[in-house]
Design a protein around this ligand. Structure first.
Ligand code: MEV
Length: 309
């Protein structure tokens, strides 16, 4: 039996742009998943036979990485599924970490690489940002630009991403889950069309870059007012790209009215969650709950994926 734990993630700035090699800052969050794997008579997930549709990530992980005896996978998750908070990335990284450990091949870089391959295939696109954030923990910058100090690089076709550590202070964020599902593959496809077929779409993606670079500095310098401003600007672009919804706007407006420095959709959007930054997280969380969102006050998870023996 092997148990592994992985944090979820929240994107502070730069989602969607990162698919095209633009920079993106994410934090691992204190909502986590645990995955237990043990030998079994048949392949099972949560006591049900492994099912291609229902357990797509696990099915792919087994197909690509496992030729041993049948295994039974049990998942315990604090992360709502399809919420934009990295539930599938966390499950994938935890599962991959365990399978690698069972084969005696565990390394953090290998977890990040294999998990990205699996997520990319299941979602039919995307970047290694989410799986790398869950793997590494803390805060990361994912970017197509090569500079010194990167943790690992990951390529797909002719695109290459470099993952950098970010020195994030100890802060709390407020997450507001709308209760509607964020459909990542659909949103990635929709934005891809916009970016490929219109110069306006491409300009919007290009414009996000400076907000992310400034945001990294603001985060590292604990300038939360500035970070909030940049999150608001980033949200305007994401909204124009078509990743918002009326539920998302409702929770963002509630957060800003409650005094948040900034609030934006987090993750692929179309549903899912918002992230807000404030000097009074409880007040923002209350405002979100009053508008029928589910609020979580999260801190940055210092550790990424981990095997518990
Ligand atoms: C989803 O959490 C983040 C996106 O940028 C997709 C990706 O990077 O794979 C929308």
């Amino acid at each position: 039996m092997i148990v592994s734990i992985s944090p979820g993630k929240a994107i502070l700035l730069g989602e969607h742009g990162v698919v095209y090699g633009k920079p993106c800052i994410s934090v691992a969050i204190s909502l986590k998943v645990a995955v237990n794997i043990e030998e079994s008579q048949e392949f099972y997930v949560n006591n049900e036979p492994l099912n291609e549709k229902k357990h797509a990530y696990m099915k792919k992980a087994i197909e690509r990485m496992w030729n041993g005896k049948p295994i039974s996978i049990t998942i315990f998750s604090q992360i709502p599924s399809a919420s934009g908070l990295g539930s599938s990335s966390a499950i994938t990284t935890a599962c991959v970490a365990s399978l690698l450990a069972m084969k005696g091949e565990f390394s953090i870089e290998e977890v990040a690489k294999k998990s990205f391959e699996i997520e990319y295939e299941v979602q039919n696109g995307g970047s290694p940002n989410d799986t790398s954030a869950c793997t590494y923990g803390n805060a990361i910058l994912t970017w197509g630009k090569k500079m010194p100090g990167y943790l690992w690089e990951i390529s797909k076709g002719n695109r290459k991403w470099y993952i950098y550590p970010v020195k994030a202070p100890d802060i709390k964020f407020v997450i507001g889950h709308t209760g509607t599902k964020s459909k990542t593959p659909l949103l990635i496809k929709k934005i891809r069309k916009f970016v490929e077929y219109s110069s306006f779409g491409k300009e919007l993606i290009d414009e996000m870059e400076k907000f992310v670079i400034e945001g990294k500095e603001a985060l590292e310098n604990k300038d939360f007012v500035k970070l909030g401003e940049l999150m608001n600007k980033n949200h305007k672009i994401l909204h124009t790209l078509g990743t918002s919804s009326k539920e998302i706007e409702k929770l963002i407006n509630a957060s800003l009215k409650a005094g948040a420095y900034g609030a934006k959709v987090t993750g692929a959007g179309g549903g899912g969650s918002i992230i807000a930054i404030s000097d009074n997280p409880e007040r923002v969380a209350n405002a979100i709950e009053k508008r029928k969102g589910k609020a979580y006050i999260v801190s940055i998870a210092k550790e990424g994926v981990k095997i518990l023996k």
